[in-house]
Ligand binder design. Structure first.
Ligand SMILES: Cc1cc2nc3c(=O)[nH]c(=O)nc-3n(C[C@H](O)[C@H](O)[C@H](O)COP(=O)(O)OP(=O)(O)OC[C@H]3O[C@@H](n4cnc5c(N)ncnc54)[C@H](O)[C@@H]3O)c2cc1C
Ligand code: FES
Length: 264
């Protein structure tokens, strides 16, 4: 098992899984002892380096899941089994997992770090009370890791899904993720882990506060453009904090006092 690496380790792709037309997971020949919610800096030689959440369970082979949006993600998307990429990290502060009820809320591409947290919870399921995942995507075909939901349910996780727009065969709910609050099974003293677009996190935070959840126990994973990934270049600040070093996970009490956080 490898510790933190400050310089890129050249790592081979062991497996490539196509999730949607533009989203894949790469499983890599490297095991990290990370905290769910932490990220790695992934580089394609000659192209560039980007932050990606660790999607794998702690101790397992590193898995990253990404959508092809620009230069580096396009280069990563084009890789196959046996190709090599650079990996630095894991960096940042992840989600605290202290036991009790846990509510996980993810929107779209926000599911990878939440999947990692779920993996940790499932390994020590007895330490936790009610565990519930609320996950929303634009369309049913864009829901990530669909083949894993049954295993999560068998592990006593309540999995609640919703999509913005139905497709043929979808018999589930249609709407935004906050509409799933009417299915909540966790208590308002639950620890809440949230990852998704800022606009979604804003409405999730607002809705949970109205229901009496403690802002100090709501943890949100933030995204900012990064360069160094380790608190040196000043590229990724939110107020007085660097997302790479002090985050990417922040509690909502901290974020709601920073106007430019985008979640208030
Ligand atoms: C801590 C952290 C964790 C992250 N984890 C993940 C992850 O697990 N999976 C993942 O897919 N992404 C994740 N991201 C976002 C990812 O880093 C960016 O998508 C990536 O930097 C884009 O690089 P690029 O070179 O492909 O795109 P660029 O060439 O830099 O950008 C091309 C175009 O795409 C736009 N763009 C950039 N990022 C996004 C985006 N996220 N969504 C939509 N448009 C975008 C840009 O504004 C630009 O117009 C994470 C970011 C952070 C900070
Ligand atoms: S990316 Fe350099 S300080 Fe955060």
């Amino acid at each position: 098992m490898e510790g933190v690496s400050w310089v890129p380790r050249l790592t081979r792709v062991l497996e490539r899984v196509q999730h949607t037309a533009d989203t894949v997971s790469l499983k890599l020949d490297l095991s990290l002892n990370h905290q769910p919610g932490q990220f790695v800096q992934v580089s394609v030689p000659g192209v560039g380096e980007i932050p990606l959440s660790v999607a794998s369970f702690p101790g397992d082979r590193l898995m990253i899941t990404f959508r092809r949006v620009g230069r580096v993600t396009a280069a990563l998307y084009g890789l196959g089994v046996g190709d090599s990429i650079g990996v630095r990290g894991p960096f940042g502060r992840g989600f605290p997992l202290e036991g009790g009820d846990v509510l996980l809320v993810a929107g779209g591409m926000g599911l990878p770090p939440i999947r990692s947290a779920l993996g940790s919870i499932l390994r020590e399921r007895d330490r936790f009370g009610t565990v519930q995942l609320l996950y929303g995507a634009r369309r049913p075909s864009l829901l990530l890791y669909r083949e894993e939901y049954d295993a999560w349910r068998r592990g006593d996780v309540v999995v609640s899904l919703i999509v913005d727009e139905a497709e043929d065969g979808w018999r589930g709910r249609v709407g935004v993720v906050t509409e799933l609050f009417d299915e909540l099974e966790v208590g308002s003293d639950a620890t809440v882990l949230v990852c998704g677009p800022e606009i979604m996190m804003k409405f999730v935070g607002r809705g949970l506060l109205k229901m009496g959840f403690d802002p100090k126990r709501i943890y949100m994973s933030m995204e900012r453009h990064m360069k160094c990934g380790v608190g040196l270049c000043g590229h990724c600040n939110i107020g007085p904090y660097y997302v790479c070093r002090d985050g990417p996970v922040f509690d909502f009490e901290t974020l709601r006092n920073i106007p430019e956080s985008g979640v208030i």
